[in-house]
Structure formats: C-alpha cells, structure tokens
Design a protein. Structure first.
Ligand code: NAD
Length: 340
C-alpha cells in the first residue's frame, strides 16, 4: 500500500479514531478522510491536512460517500461507552450493526482492499469471566457464544459479517478485540466514560473540592486490564497490514483490581480518599484479562505500556482539561446517564 492511497477512518471524532488519524499522519499517509456523525466542533481531535467529513454512517448513502475512492478503511464508529452506558443502552449499542453492515457494503462497492473492524473483549463468553482471579481470555473463548448482552452480541455478529465479506467477496477484513483502552483526548464525563478516565475525574474532583471521598462501582475487587492508547494505535496499524484473518486480542495483560486502579490514581494525585462502594451500580463481568499468547506469536509484539505510566499521562490531561476551563465541548455536554 502506498502512503498516497486514500485511508478512511470512521469514528474519527472519537477517542481511538482521533488518535489513529494522528498516528497515520505521523507515519506519512498523505490522504486521510476522517468521518464521524458528530458536528466538527465536538470532535476530540482534528488533524490539519485531513479531509473531515460529517455523516451518519448508519445510513448506506453516507457510507458510500465515506468509502468513495478508499483503499483502506478503519471502521471505528460505534454508539458506545463504558459499563454505565452499555448496560443501560442495549438497543442503541445493537444499532451499530447498521454502521458495520453499511460500511462493509460500501467498502465492497468502492473496491477497498483492506477493512479494519474494532471489536471488543465484550464478545467473550460471560461464563469465563466470573472470578476476579480470571484466566486470561484466549481468542477461542468467544465460542460457544455468551457475550455481553447488547453491545457484545452486536460486536460478535459484526465480526462474523466481516469474516464472510472476506470469504465471499475477497475484501481483506481484519478484526481486533480491544480490551479497555484509555488515554488523553477521550471521554471522562457525561455517562459514556470508562473506569480509568472516571477514576481520574473523581479523584480530581475530590482533590479540588477538598471532599476526600470517592464512589466506586461494585466492591472494587473486580479485575480488568487497561491498554494505553499508543499501544492501541500501534496494534491496530500492525493488524491492518498483517495477514492475520482471525479476530485478535489487542489488549494489555497487566491485570489489576479496580481498587488497585484507584490506588494508582491516588498516588499520582498525591491524595488518599475514603472509598464508598456502590454495589448497585453497573459493574460488568467479575474479571477480565487479555491472553496475549497469540498476538506475541503472530506479530512478535504485544501492548506493553505500564498502567502507571499511561495513567500518569491520562490524569495530567484530564486535570488540565478540568482546571483550565477548556473542557472539551463533548465532555461539557450534559448526558442522560449518571456518571461513573
Ligand atoms: P468513541 O465513542 O470515543 O468513538 C466512537 C465514535 O463513533 C464517536 O465519535 C461517535 O460520534 C462515532 N459514531 C457513533 N455513531 C456514528 C454514526 N452513526 N456515524 C458516524 N459516526 C458515529 O469510542 P472509542 O473508545 O474511540 O471506540 C472506538 C471503537 O473501538 C468502537 O467501535 C468501540 O466499540 C471499540 N472499542 C473501544 C474500546 C475502548 O475501551 N475505548 C474497547 C473495545 C472496543
């Protein structure tokens, strides 16, 4: 693939898409089209020299406009958020099937050669995630299927559709199962944010207000792994350019409890907070980790940025946003759901 071929990134006004556009530019791609449904003013990042397009990709016509002339498509657009969002917006999450279906159809029509789909660790069978001391999830653990209701079912279905577009129409689809991604320039407020950004925001709020307590969803013993955004974009570009046709974990395998995540943020902030556990709040599976055996074997690489290092950068960005009065338009918007 030449660096002058047109690359399309959907969901580019969001967290991962915005970083991906930036990274592709850094790597010398000269023709990038960034697409998102949000008005431009709400995009988290806008890179100069990129063709920015606003369109609702649940509609086939908008997908055709987005895909026109594209050689490569990274499809990251989705209606999604953290546990607080996906557990309460299952229908909305499932409607992303329209985006994924129409983007694949448009990619085929446009003659695109490569198509990346951002799936999720939420496709994994829930029965394998009932213990905080979880056995890390291997790619084969998605079947027999018992994914996260709503969001996870949609991702699993769309993975399958990507596979059949490859088999039947010859478009080289690549599927990543991202495990929790975090970093600067993401959502930290409003109801769609995920645990790392939410913890930073809550600790900063406690620090600034002098009310030294924090609400934690669940008992804090649930475990997860969190991948810093730079590892995510690196793995995404590597996978797109690889010959790996089966879905692949792209995630950190540094397993931590939510309590440990709070310890890390407290240490960065230089505070110690009284913890209040909200056992009724959405909390997702009991334990989840990424088994990176396959990615190491096929790519000779795996995400490796330490949580403490990534969280330091994330905390700093959120702190600056919250204290400088320049909170991004999106993060400043009121949202319907209570924030985690
Ligand atoms: P994000 O919400 O920040 O970005 C998604 C973007 O898609 C948003 O900007 C949104 O406006 C856009 N979008 C939604 N509906 C659209 C539509 N109809 N037309 C055009 N654009 C639309 O989320 P993110 O964290 O950047 O996630 C990107 C992708 O990675 C998503 O597919 C998500 O499911 C997947 N993923 C993310 C994580 C994570 O931890 N962030 C984990 C697993 C999978």
């Amino acid at each position: 693939m030449s660096k002058d071929d047109l690359v399309v990134v959907t969901g580019a006004g969001g967290f991962i898409g915005g970083h991906l556009v930036h990274e592709l530019q850094k790597r010398g791609h000269t023709r990038i089209r960034a697409v998102d449904v949000k008005p431009l003013v709400e995009w988290y990042q806008k890179s100069p020299g990129v063709e920015n397009q606003v369109g609702d990709l649940s509609l086939l016509e908008a997908c055709r406009t987005a895909a026109k002339g594209a050689r490569t498509i990274y499809n990251l657009a989705a209606d999604m958020g953290g546990m607080g969002f996906i557990e309460t917006h299952k229908a909305e999450c499932m409607l992303s099937v329209l985006i994924n279906t129409h983007m694949l159809m448009a990619a085929k029509e446009a003659g695109a050669q490569r198509f990346f789909f951002s799936s999720s660790a939420c496709v994994y069978n829930g029965d394998k995630q009932t213990d905080p001391d979880v056995t890390a999830l291997k790619e084969e653990d998605a079947y027999p299927a018992l994914p996260e209701d709503g969001y996870g079912w949609e991702k699993l279905f769309s993975e399958r559709m990507a596979r059949h577009f490859r088999e039947d129409y010859g478009i080289a689809t690549r599927v990543a199962r991202y495990h929790n991604v975090y970093g600067p320039n993401g959502t930290y407020d409003g109801g769609r944010e995920k645990a790392p950004a939410a913890m930073c925001r809550k600790v900063i709020e406690a620090k600034l207000s002098g009310r030294h307590e924090i609400e934690i969803w669940g008992d804090g013993q649930q475990t997860r792994s969190f991948m810093f955004i730079d590892d995510c974009t690196e793995g995404t570009i590597k996978l797109l350019n690889s010959d790996i046709v089966e879905p692949l974990n792209i995630g950190s395998d540094e397993l931590v409890s939510i309590n440990r995540l709070v310890d890390i943020v407290e240490k960065i902030a230089g505070v110690k907070l009284k913890r209040r556990y909200n056992l009724d709040a959405p909390k997702g599976v009991r334990g989840r980790n990424s088994d990176n055996t396959l990615i190491k074997k096929v790519m000779n690489w795996a995400p490796s940025i330490r949580l403490e290092d990534g969280m330091e950068k994330t905390y700093k960005w959120i702190y600056d946003e919250m204290t400088s009065g320049k909170a991004s338009v999106v993060n400043a918007l009121p949202r319907a759901v209570a924030a985690q």
